[in-house]
Design a protein around this ligand. Structure first.
Ligand code: EPZ
Length: 416
């Protein structure tokens, strides 16, 4: 089923439980390649992006057992290929996260260039800068990037931009590079720390993960481990915004409150009450939604992956707010779809100027990417009349049963 039918049905009320983080599980699954010993990864979300990463590992020789689909048992002793074709990298850009582990363990990889996507060109130059600094020779041709390294040696690497993927790939290579590697201007997202904790469990020597400077002491071999993936802060934020936009009250369980601080700050500015408990949040919408200004930044700034959802929310305020997207060059495509529902939004360069209106109207709209789809679902929850959303496959990439979870707290939303 590729479509969603969404109708307004009043304030959402109840409890939702958050899954493991997609953007932590993907690099952790890739990092399991670093050892011949089996790894057990728990709290894995059941998503199409995860399944595509598992297909890729199986294609190069991994043996993967899944007990209840949330727990993976991965054996990489018999990996027999270091090649990833375009079939894989065009479906899942995060496929490129196997580059670092393959280079570290086998001294080579040949991976089809992942290409861009709807939200931006998504280059990999910083990944390759790190690989080269650690001793790899890089060749790009015929749509592939190839790397070989007879030896990997620690280096000091400054990232021009705190790229999440580049930080992850370089950290994974450095775990087995002789000597010390220092990554400066590193990404500090919680998913980086979760990957570092997984690598710690394998015996890697890493300090500073979660800050802008990460130091890795290379070691000769890594062993298997068991690891539980952190909760998904973006799924949590999406449900927080669902409570806000419908004027509802949701208890959101299995959250690390520290990971959603930037979002909590903005929702509070808009008049939402948020109670932080140890591993859950109680989100209660107020009587009126006030506008605010948002600028997406690397963590701990406001996350770009919550930009579209907050734009939908800001469409319902009683004033004008501005969202500035500084991470990706083309992450406002969903705005045209929101405007077809009656939103009053003007794009000026990297900024969206949103004039709140108390009235959106249901329409036939299309999801252009994962978070755009989530934003249009949120708009459909409060738009007058029926909203038909196509492109649900985008949503399945990052949300396990979004419609089912929303229905469980009172939404009128069906797949067909
Ligand atoms: C990760 O993508 C996430 N994906 C994205 O989530 C997220 O939006 C992004 O980080 C930013 O937080 C995964 O973790 C699987 P980047 P990634 O490298 O690693 C530039 C979602 O919806 N850049 O931090 O690809 C790049 O152009 C997805 O779950 C270079 O210039 O993001 C972009 O402007 C979408 N050269 C900026 O950095 C490079 O070599 C951020 O990219 C790499 C990146």
């Amino acid at each position: 089923m590729e479509n969603l039918r969404i109708c307004p049905n009043g304030p959402l009320q109840g409890i939702v439980r958050i899954e493991g983080a997609k953007n932590a599980a993907l690099p952790v699954i890739a990092a399991s390649i670093l050892t011949e010993e089996p790894c057990c990864i728990q709290n894995v979300p059941v998503l199409s992006d995860i399944q595509n990463m598992l297909y890729l590992l199986e294609a190069i020789g991994s043996i993967i057992h899944t007990s209840d689909r949330h727990q993976l048992y991965i054996e990489n002793a018999n990996i027999n290929s270091q090649i990833a074709s375009y079939d894989f990298t065009c479906r899942l850009r995060a496929s490129f996260l196997i580059a670092g582990p393959l280079l570290a363990r086998f001294g080579k990889f040949k991976i089809a260039l992942p290409g861009g996507c709807k939200i931006g060109t998504r280059p990999i130059d910083l990944h390759l800068k790190g690989f080269t600094a650690l001793g790899a020779s890089i060749y790009i041709g015929h749509g592939y990037v190839e790397a070989t390294a007879s030896a990997l040696t620690g280096a000091r690497i400054y990232l021009d931009f705190p790229s999440v993927g580049a930080t992850e790939n370089i950290m994974m290579v450095a775990t087995k590079a002789i000597g010390t590697t220092i990554i400066e201007n590193a990404a500090a997202e919680p998913e980086i720390l979760d990957l570092a904790n997984f690598l710690h469990g394998m015996g890697a020597k890493i300090t500073g993960a979660g800050t802008d400077t990460i130091i890795i002491e290379g070691i000769s071999s890594l062993h298997g481990t068991t690891h539980e993936i952190i909760p998904d802060r973006i799924e949590a934020g999406t449900f927080m915004t669902a409570a806000a936009i419908t004027g509802g009250s949701l208890k959101i369980e299995n959250v690390i409150p520290a990971h959603v601080k930037p979002l909590c700050a903005k929702l509070r500015e808009m008049g939402i009450t948020i109670h932080e408990l140890q591993s859950s949040l109680l989100v209660e919408a107020g009587s009126a939604l006030c506008p605010t200004d948002i600028k997406t930044l690397p963590y701990p700034g406001f996350p770009t992956d919550m930009q579209a959802q907050l734009c939908a929310l800001m469409s319902m305020t009683n004033g004008t707010g501005i969202i500035t997207e500084t991470i990706f060059e083309n992450r406002f495509m969903y705005v045209n779809e929101l405007k077809r529902m009656g939103a009053d939004i003007t794009i000026e360069g990297r900024a969206a100027i949103i004039k709140g209106t108390a009235h959106l109207s249901g329409a036939q709209v299309s999801a252009t990417d994962l978070r755009a789809g989530a934003a249009l679902v949120l708009a459909g929850l409060v738009a007058e009349g029926e909203t038909i959303l196509s492109g649900v496959s985008h949503i399945r990439r990052g949300y396990a049963d979004l419609a089912g979870k929303l229905r469980s707290v009172g939404a009128s939303i069906q797949e067909f």
